[in-house]
Design a protein around this ligand. Structure first.
Ligand code: ADP
Ligand code: MG
Length: 246
């Protein structure tokens, strides 16, 4: 299912003119079925705003968003969002947190939840509470809570931003595996250039004030990618140059 973001402008109006922010200015891109897109750029350039517009929790000031040629109007389970901070209910176990977010209840639902919990290596923790999990584990649970609804578009807002380097690399593999199995659209915001190049088919580079697309880079490397290869380094240098990070 194709996603089209067409000439989007988003203005947040405050109490007076001084508080008015043009968060996005004429942003357009489209995403084909099964593509993995990363969005990268300095803080305040409108990355989260793009995800919230696609999620349907914000409306554009100008322009339109289409999914499968239909306008996006409000939130829907076919577009799932994962945030930087795991969003789990502290009073529910891992298993119940996963169960809570899906439509299928009862035995069938529980079996499905257990399969996913096993897939991310948390079977031993299914009766644990969120406070008993590490950051990486909690983020895995957040992920499968979204996966269980089988969204067509996966929206990830710096999902690995709070993890240490090792958990981060593990989670990158986990995300790629998920994507391989389901082949839905992935749109991930990150501020890690390596992560963007390692994972995605295309990298959207943004600039701030107002938020605009500076360029879109194609990453034509086969998976699994080698971070130490010359091709990878060249792409990394190119992206960093575009971001003004030389
Ligand atoms: P990013 O995720 O790239 O850091 P955001 O999309 O969160 O950027 O924000 C882009 C700009 O829009 C920022 O200047 C931010 O302050 C502003 N903004 C975001 N959400 C709101 C809001 N609900 N009300 C007013 N301004 C907002
Ligand atoms: Mg953000």
């Amino acid at each position: 299912m194709k996603l089209e973001v067409k000439s989007i402008t988003k203005i947040f109006t405050g109490s007076d003119v001084k508080n008015t922010t043009k968060a996005l200015d004429n942003v357009s891109f489209s995403v084909e079925d099964g593509e993995f897109i990363s969005i990268i750029g300095p803080s305040g350039c409108g990355k989260s705003t793009i995800l919230r517009l696609i999620a349907g929790i914000l409306e554009p000031t100008e322009g339109e968003l289409l999914l499968g040629e239909k306008p996006i109007e409000g939130p829907d389970k076919n577009r799932g969002m994962v945030f930087q901070k795991p969003t789990l209910f502290p009073w529910l176990t891992v298993e119940d947190n996963v169960m809570f977010s899906q439509n299928i209840q009862g035995k069938k639902g529980r079996e499905k939840a257990e399969r996913l919990i096993e897939m991310v290596g948390l079977s031993d923790f299914k009766k644990s509470y969120p406070s008993q999990l590490s950051g990486g584990m909690a983020q895995r649970v957040s992920l499968i809570r979204t996966v269980i609804n089988r969204p067509e578009v996966f929206l990830l807002d710096e999902p690995l931003g709070q993890l240490d380097a090792f958990s981060r690399i593990n989670m990158q593999e986990e995300l790629l595996r998920l994507w391989n199995e389901n082949h839905h659209i992935m749109i991930m915001v990150t501020h890690d250039v390596d992560e963007a190049i390692y994972m995605s088919n295309r990298v959207i580079i943004m600039e701030p004030r107002p938020g605009r697309i500076k360029r879109i880079m194609d990453i034509d490397l086969p998976y699994p990618r080698n971070r130490l290869s010359d091709e990878f380094s060249n792409l990394r240098n190119e992206a960093m140059k575009s971001l003004g990070m030389e």
